[in-house]
Ligand binder design. Sequence first.
Ligand code: ADP
Ligand code: MG
Ligand code: MG
Length: 869
Amino acid sequence: NKFVYSFNEGSKDMRDLLGGKGANLAEMTKIGLPVPFGFTVTTEACKKYYSDGKQIDQTVVEEIKIKLVELENVMGKKFGDPKDPLLVSVRSGAPISMPGMMDTILNLGLNDETVIALAKLTDNERFAYDSYRRFIQMFGDVVLEVPMKEFNKIFDGQKAKVGAEFDVDLGTEDLKTIIVGYKKLVKDTLGRDFPQDPQEQLMEAITAVFRSWGNDRAILYRKLNDISESLGTAVNVQSMVFGNKGNDSGTGVAFTRSPVNGERSIYGEFLVNAQGEDVVAGIRTPKPIHEMAESFPEAYKNFEHIADVLEKHYTDMQDMEFTVENSKLFMLQTRNAKRTAEAAVNVAVDMVNEGLIDKKTAVLRIEPDFVEHLLHPRFDSDDEDKATPIAKGLAASPGAAFGKICFQAKDATELADKGEKAILVRQETSPEDLAGMVVAQGILTAHGGVTSHAAVVARGMGKCCVAGCSAVAIDEDAKVMTVNGKKYKEGEFISLNGTNGNVYEGMLKLVPPDISGNFNKIMSWADEIRTMKVRTNADTPKDLKQALVFGAEGVGLCRTEHMFFNEERIPAIREMIIAKDEKSRRVALAKLLPFQKGDFKEMYLAVGDRPMTVRLLDPPLHEFLPKTKEDMQQLAESSGVPYDVLVAEAESLKEFNPMLGHRGCRLAVTYPEIAEMQTEAIITAAIEASAELGKDIVPEIMIPLVGEKKELMNVKATVVATAEKCMEKADKKLEYMVGTMIEIPRAALTADEIAEEAEFFSFGTNDLTQMTFGLSRDDTAELIRGYVDKGIYDHDPFKSIDRDGVGKLMKLATELGKKTRPNIHLGICGEHGGDPKSIEFCNSIGLNYVSCSPYRVPVARLAAAQAAI
Ligand code: ADP
Ligand code: MG
Ligand code: MG
């Protein structure tokens, strides 16, 4: 049981143990790339740290010491050596990349003595003291937890005192003064000296990395990204190289292709004479990577070559970090790059064309949830052409948005809570802004490049972002931003185009996206691969048409009740509900018939020769009654029923537990005439639409909320008798199917009996989850969040199918159903039908199709393909 690995002992396949960063540093070492040597303390050591009650184990400490000696030998330098000291970075790295979440410490090993040695060795005193002051600052912040702003005060104070405009304007003596100030700050804050012993520094730093796995930002990030708490982080200890040694040194980050749109050209930034986080921190605005060819021609050529080697080696687009020390290139990190949905699609298609990957791999490369980002609106191009941008920044994350200006994350959250749209405007963002970024429509920053925190996070969220918009001057206290002399106050509207970097005043018109080209190509590959069909849940021709554009292959759920909620129609349904007897109920239903028939016909014409399942009336009737006194009075007038009688009637329809009350097929059992009217509407609409389409429709009639075979038989008898009568009358025979939803646990348990009557099953997983858990789907969001936080549920069962319980019922129902009726048609129409994890499960139990809301259709097509691979 080994807790520490040297870089030459690992590989990219050891990610769980070494973390992503460590595994890739090992891999780069293995394939002979220039990586400063070091070692990785494993995630197992981190887990042990936590299971031991936040104590670092002695065997781990011993192993670190051994590896440190090995590192000293390889480097020919000694830790704390007053002549030629070894300096290292201490870098966190979890198995799943968590950008910006945990902090890195550079230049560890410096102290009052070694700093002098470093100055002599490099013949560069300024460089040495600059490194030392950076180290104290980082270590002080991350390990000792002295607030960074206190360090900044001292630093900025010195700058102001000597009139230095930039950091580089500070001289050696200034840096020495700053160091004295920093050390005093540590002593004053903690009552102890800044640790001078490098061994002690190292152990404290490693412990701090483990500790940082449990900080609030990291926890929030994991929660947002569904990353398991149990993974732990590894710690990489790596010998330092220096990008701040002068004008032939520098540091940068780059992608092998554009993470914004996938364009095949190195994309990134670098800074001359700078170290570490300077590039990503958004403090100094870096230069585009291609200019590196001028600054460091040799190193750049080498970098281009390595980028190519890495991409081919990993057969995926890479995100790399590097440093140039005295013109020599060192690789500090590589990983598969995060990218926008647009870039993901373009890169995947390009790589297939380049012969780097096959179609299946291309399909697997696209995260299904991401695809939805591509379906979101952009600005109407006429509208945008007419508008004059007030400023232009970097196109950091594509898409378009408008909203009210907010300068603080919490203001964005407040606006969003009120249902309003917010644009978060920040100097630069940091992980503390995350909650605000989640709810904002878009993000605008004044500083920072395309790899700044704001840009990276926004791309991950599929949210539009304009970064580094230097024309924007923000006054956070006054809550205004000034652009070219004009002031924009908090709460005023602006529009952002993250695809071209433009910022506009007011609101521009949003239009639907373009989903042709490579998007279509990936989707068609997915369609070739998947075995499940993808239908949509649609109640209106408008939703249906949208879903068909997105590739829906039919309708899995057409809810008829939504057709009733309409000013013209609601009086008729209310009349039906309050009818005293069957006769007057039939009179009211007759008024509804033409509306329903018209709607169904329109739906049939839109769906064409694809299948469509129509569900009979489902909700409790009380839902349709007036909610206000005025409406009640109006109903009394129009129906001629006295107001008091009406109120009493409404009262009698009230149920304590309406979701478990008089609804679903129970309505049709009590009032067969409702099912008769609906069946007549469906069948006659299908007959007429068949004639117009020139092709026979096969209506699928779905009876909801069945829990007992005999109630299905009862309603089915009504449906069949009516259907036969309609067809006879029209003198036209259509094939049709009658099926049911499986949404009551008893239906799942007796699915063999139910299948004797039902020709198809559609899993209504919203109700099935509600009833299996005994959790109200309308009232328990908060409670479920609490349960997830406490680890009682590992996820929200309404978002993703609970395989152990609900899933078990589904599996049982499919098996029982097939036993009775081997070719029974099986689908799902709950919200889960658009959730990739649930889709994978549906595939595994052999459903024929999933059905989901229109915007989830492409997500489902892709997820179904991935499930089939
Ligand atoms: P993050 O996970 O936040 O990217 P890293 O561990 O990659 O943090 O460190 C951030 C930056 O610090 C790196 O991009 C690199 O510029 C610098 N850095 C880390 N280790 C070294 C090193 N050994 N020598 C020089 N610079 C380093
Ligand atoms: Mg990094
Ligand atoms: Mg239901």
